[in-house]
Each structure stands twice: as structure tokens, then as C-alpha cells.
Design a protein around this ligand. Structure first.
Ligand code: AMP
Ligand code: MG
Length: 417
């Protein structure tokens, strides 16, 4: 259950910056507390509820980092070649069971346990053999080419902290510790609904003036990739009774409600009245393009995000506000940094200062330098350009017109869309 802190009221006349809106949202969210135990593979995309403690050292034994000879450093001459008798072989998984005594060496392969008595590995390439002896040149360093037990992870240490979201590296790391199951946060339940009298579900012919519902599918994609469970509430007409029923059902069954449409001028009033009557909801004007109007608040125990209807605005506002909110509610801590990169802009862009604008861009390397151009039509309903783009060009509030050749900031889609 969400603790009920009041949502900060925003004067209707004032617009919030993107940063203010993000902060206001994130400051209020409390992660879900439920957890479950899952197998390593099923931990992919899930958030650890508890620290993963290393039950053993990784690597478990001192082992060789190279193919070569395991020797006793004290045997080696500092100034001349040293001849050592080769008394055996150590392979990965097949250790040498004897002891390396004075004047002896053991042939060793990468990953093999260092035999008792030896303390240094001489790489094969610098040696030569004479009958059963190996000739080691001068200039070796004590302890070279060894991987120490526990060098990667020490037994008893925190291998992964609670709040970490498991990707391929994390599930591999868990497996490297021999752990078969971990405790993860329960998945967030996210209800998704589209609003609008003109919005038609796919699979039926379009009547005049109708638009196929794409937002529910885009949001299905973004939310599924965050490891959340989805409650698909369908398309709700602009009818207060139908919307009220849908909002109540969603609030009773989900942690988060995502709606699209109905927040622009003209429709906003009755949605606002309805949401405010059912819960505690702020309608925000945000200094952002696309995506200016957005609702945020709570109905019952569920958080609600009222996203704009325009398909590109849905994606932009999702990535700027909702994604981190869903991660935070899922228990991810700390949240991943949003890393913006600099690129030379190959397009001229008209912009007035005062709001943060997001353009769809295509980022390439030109002569070794990142270079970005604006992709296709920038209308906020044009999903095709979103598909052709590989980044957002981010023009901060203070930025004015962009001339060709200016440096701009980009947010790559890589792993995002
Ligand atoms: P609204 O915010 O409801 O005024 O919608 C803004 C624009 O987005 C309108 O052109 C709508 O037809 C369009 N739109 C709203 N919802 C959807 C949807 N689910 N799928 C595709 N387009 C939508
Ligand atoms: Mg609408």
C-alpha cells in the first residue's frame, strides 16, 4: 500500500520544467514491498530484493592467468637463465597433485590451480625446453600472471546489492557463485488504457474519422520491457461513466495506471474533474515538446499517469517521466543515470527558448565524430520517424535556434526503445 503523502499542488497557471516534474514524481514514490523467489534465468529483468552474498571465493582457487610454467620465484636467477626440471602438468579442472620443490617447475594451462610450492607463472612464449627441463630467462616478477582466490569476489562479501536490476551480467554473476535461486521484488502491475471516441481497436475496419489505437501497443512494449505485468483495459470512449468505471477497476487491480489521450485542451476539463473526484490528481503543463499536458497523481492505492494522446508524445513522456517512475516503484535503486552525448548537428532547427524539446534524430559516426540529423516529419503523431530514428535530440530550455554544425545533446535509443 502506498503511504498517502499529499501530492504537491501546482498553480494552474505555472508550467513545470521537465526536471521539476521528474523530481516531484520521483520524490513521492515508494517501492513495492512484495517479493518472490525465482530461479536464476527468471531473475532476468527483475530487481533484487536482498543483497546477494558470495558463498565462496571467485575464483575459488589461485589459478594461472596464462599458459606457461608454474615456478618458485626464489629459484630464479635475477641476471641469467634458470633451468628447472618439469615434474608434471596442471590443467584447468585437473590440478597437479604434487608439490613443486626447489629446482622444479610444472607445465600449467590458463585457469589451472597453482600447484603447492609454486608462486609465479612464466608465460610459455619466453621459455624454451631442453629435454625434461624448461629454460626461464631473467627478468621475471614475483607472483606474476596469477589470479588470486577471491580476486573477483570474496566469500561473505556483497556480490550484488538489493535494488539491482538483473541483466545478463548479473545472472551470469549469480550463476558463477553457484546460486540457483534469488529473491526479487514482485513485478509491478500496470494498467494501460486508451481514451477517445475516435480510437478504434485493431482488427476492425475504420469508420470515417476513426484512428487505430497504437498507444496501447507502444506502452505494452515499453512496460513489458521493464519487467512489469500488464493489465490491458482496452479503449474507453470519452464518456464520464465509462471512464469512471475503468479508472475504479484499474485502481483496484494495479499499482500504476497509464492512460493516453484526453488531457489536451477541450477534453482535459472533464477528465480532470473525474480524476480529481476519484483521487488526488494534478494536471501539469510541462515546458516540453512534444507532450506539454500531463496528469500525475493517485487514485486509491494506484499511481496514475495521464499521458498525452499523440503517439510520439506518449513515447517521449514515457521515457522522460514514466520509465524511471516504474523502475523506482519496482525497487530499482539507485536509478540508472540518463547519459546525454554531444554530437554535431547536421540539421538547422528553429527553436524558441523556454521549453525542452525532443526531436527524433539519426546518430552516425562521420570521420570518427558523432553527427546527428533530424529524421523525417516531426509531427507529434508521426510514429514512423520514431522507428527510423536511433536517438532523441535533446534541446534544453535555454537553447534557441540550432545552426547546422552546432553541437547538440542526444539521448541514444540503444536499449531504450
Ligand atoms: P487527445 O490528447 O485525446 O486530444 O489526443 C491527441 C491526438 O492523439 C489525437 O489526434 C488523437 O486521435 C491521437 N490519439 C489519442 N489516443 C490515441 C491512441 N490510443 N492511438 C493513436 N492515436 C491516439
Ligand atoms: Mg482524445
Amino acid at each position: 500500500m502506498n503511504p498517502h503523502a499529499a501530492i504537491a499542488p501546482t498553480p494552474a497557471a505555472r508550467s513545470l520544467t521537465v526536471a521539476e516534474a521528474r523530481r516531484t514524481i520521483l520524490d513521492q514514490l515508494v517501492p513495492v514491498s512484495g517479493w518472490e523467489r525465482v530461479t536464476v534465468r527468471n531473475a532476468l529483468g527483475r530487481v533484487l530484493d536482498q543483497n546477494v552474498i558470495a558463498p565462496c571465493n571467485v575464483p575459488a582457487h589461485d589459478n594461472s592467468a596464462m599458459d606457461g610454467y608454474a615456478v618458485r620465484f626464489a629459484d630464479l636467477s635475477g641476471s641469467a637463465e634458470t633451468r628447472l626440471t618439469v615434474v608434471g602438468t596442471a590443467l584447468a579442472g585437473k590440478p597437479f597433485s604434487g608439490i613443486v620443490s626447489a629446482g622444479q617447475a610444472v607445465r600449467i594451462m590458463t585457469g589451472a590451480t597453482i600447484p603447492e610450492g609454486a608462486d609465479t607463472i612464466v608465460v610459455q612464449e619466453v621459455t624454451r625446453t631442453e629435454d625434461d627441463r624448461v629454460v626461464v630467462p631473467a627478468g621475471q616478477q614475483a607472483g606474476q600472471n596469477l589470479r588470486r582466490a577471491g580476486e573477483d569476489l570474496a566469500a561473505g562479501g556483497v556480490a550484488l546489492p538489493a535494488g539491482k536490476r538483473c541483466g545478463p551480467a548479473e545472472i551470469g554473476l549469480i550463476a558463477s557463485l553457484g546460486i540457483a535461486e534469488v529473491v526479487v521484488k514482485r513485478p509491478l502491475r500496470v494498467a494501460i488504457l486508451s481514451t477517445g471516441d475516435e480510437i478504434a481497436s485493431i482488427g476492425k475496419p475504420l469508420a470515417p474519422g476513426q484512428v487505430y489505437d497504437s498507444n496501447r501497443y507502444t506502452l505494452f512494449g515499453t512496460v513489458t520491457r521493464l519487467g512489469c505485468e500488464i493489465l490491458d483495459m482496452g479503449v474507453i470512449p470519452d464518456d464520464p461513466a465509462a471512464l469512471e468505471q475503468a479508472f475504479r477497476a484499474a485502481a483496484a487491480n494495479a499499482d500504476v495506471i497509464l492512460t493516453s489521450g484526453g488531457v489536451s485542451v477541450g477534453e482535459a476539463d472533464f477528465i480532470r474533474e473525474l480524476m480529481s473526484r476519484l483521487g488526488e490528481v494534478s494536471f501539469w503543463k510541462i515546458d516540453i515538446k512534444p507532450g506539454r499536458p500531463m496528469a500525475f497523481g493517485r487514485i486509491g492505492d494506484a499511481w496514475i499517469f495521464g499521458l498525452p494522446g499523440n503517439p510520439v508524445a506518449v513515447l517521449v513522456t514515457f521515457y522522460q517521466f514514466v520509465q524511471d517512475a516504474l523502475l523506482a516503484l519496482s525497487g530499482v535503486a539507485p536509478l540508472p543515470e540518463t547519459v546525454l552525448h554531444e554530437a554535431v548537428c547536421a540539421s538547422a532547427v528553429a527553436k524558441r527558448p523556454g521549453r525542452r524539446e525532443f526531436l527524433r534524430g539519426r546518430l552516425v559516426l562521420e570521420g570518427g565524430r558523432p553527427c546527428v540529423s533530424v529524421v523525417g516529419a516531426q509531427g507529434s503523431g508521426v510514429l514512423r520517424s520514431m522507428s527510423e530514428a536511433n536517438c532523441l535530440i535533446v534541446l534544453p530550455e535555454a537553447q534557441g535556434d540550432v545552426a547546422r554544425g552546432d553541437t547538440v545533446l542526444v539521448q541514444p535509443f540503444d536499449g531504450l526503445i
